[in-house]
Design a protein around this ligand. Structure first.
Ligand SMILES: *Cc1c(COP(=O)(O)O)cnc(C)c1O
Length: 371
């Protein structure tokens, strides 16, 4: 066990851009730009431009970005919001926080993203919006989702927390819906050195409402139009993100190369299902998720060989204690239930070297052959 392979290696990324990062952190401190200030303004501009949207409202984390967007979209008690059964809980806990009711939809077993057929089945007269999640870095089926939204007059809030720069039919995710939320949690494809998040939109009125709500209900000091919350990107995180954003495309391409290598190396192992990328979708590989029937035994075997893996996520949202009040049954979400016991996320990060990928693949092969 001399060669430990971590799940992610944030230190390796820091080493490559250490001078730039150290400079801006000390500059924020020298100039006391802790809250708002030039680095936050600059990052909001840079990020809006990179995501091809007119407005970026930064906030404290990705979870808040969903909550802020839904409050600004006008979610009120009784409103139903559709979301995939398979995601991180931020996607749905914020529906409840905004005052709405969570309505889960089943996912597609190939892409793990929300199944448009399930969306159609769940629409009622109380439905107000849809939150597609571009899970693991693969875009959801945006043509189908936007067509349903248009037909039923629903808003669409894209959860892009795992999918910075992913594309659907050549178009950036986050540019399809009314607004798109992003997380800059350290391990995300674009990560801060602490918590951070943002919402982007082309709708100016919506952007103003979101900025207002995130800043105590007022854009100018002392002028509180509504009651809001305090959710802001701090100057140090904004400075770090401004340094990292210009590297994002290169890091994304490196992730894509690692994923392709994994898929080549694992292709010969029949019992391993490698991740499938649907037609015309550009995956950015926040996570590389394989499926295997003996997932838990495989995870343990890899751990013994020093290879870290994660299950994203071990229990689909409808089956969590947090949603017991809805009394959901396994049969309602057969795909999400089927995949939750089979998925395993392998280590992937831009700085990972080929020998490490080979070692992971060889070790998986050893596990399968000893079965
Ligand atoms: C990470 C994540 C979030 C929330 O982001 P935080 O910055 O951790 O609050 C929301 N949705 C999904 C799908 C995520 O992976």
């Amino acid at each position: 066990m001399n060669n430990q392979i971590p799940f992610v290696d944030l230190h390796a990324q820091y080493q490559n851009i250490k001078d730039e990062i150290d400079f801006v952190i000390s500059d924020v401190i020298q100039k006391s730009l802790f809250v708002r200030g030039s680095y936050v303004d600059k990052f909001e501009q840079m990020f809006a431009e990179a995501m091809e949207r007119k407005h970026c409202v930064s906030c404290a984390n990705g979870t808040d970005s969903l909550y802020i967007a839904m409050v600004a979209l006008g979610v009120k008690p009784g409103d139903e919001v559709l979301a995939p059964a398979h995601s991180w809980i931020s996607t749905t806990e914020t529906i409840t926080q905004a005052g709405g009711k969570v309505v889960f939809c089943d996912t597609d077993t190939d892409t793990f993203t929300i199944d448009p057929k399930s969306i159609e089945e769940k629409i009622t007269s109380n439905t107000v919006g849809i939150i597609p999640v571009h899970l693991y870095g693969q875009p959801a089926d945006m043509d189908a989702i936007m067509a349903i939204a248009k037909k039923h007059n629903l808003w669409v809030l894209e959860d892009c927390a795992q999918a910075h720069l992913a594309r659907y039919k050549g178009q950036l995710v986050g540019t399809f819906g009314d607004a798109a939320s992003f997380s800059f949690y350290p391990g995300k494809n674009l990560g801060a050195m602490g918590d951070a998040g943002a919402v982007v939109t082309n709708d100016q009125a919506l952007a103003e409402k979101m900025a207002m709500f995130a800043r105590h209900g007022g854009l100018n000091k002392g002028d509180h139009q509504i009651e809001g919350i305090n959710s802001r990107l701090d100057g140090i995180q904004a400075a770090i993100l401004s340094v990292k954003l210009p590297h994002l495309l290169k890091w994304t391409e490196l992730r894509q190369a690692k994923a392709q290598r994994y898929s080549e190396l694992l292709a010969g192992i029949a019992s391993i299902r490698t991740p499938q990328v649907a037609e015309a979708r550009e995956h950015v590989w926040h996570l590389y998720v394989i499926q295997h029937e003996q997932r838990d035994a495989l995870k343990e075997f890899l751990a013994k060989q020093g290879i870290a893996t994660v299950i994203n996520y071990p229990v689909a949202l409808p089956f969590l204690p947090a949603y017991r009040r809805y009394g959901h049954q396994v049969e309602e979400f057969p795909n999400a239930h089927f995949t939750q016991s089979r998925i395993l996320s392998l280590p992937i990060y831009p700085e990972m070297c080929d020998a490490q990928i080979q070692e992971v693949a060889v070790t998986i092969g050893q596990f399968v052959h000893q079965q």
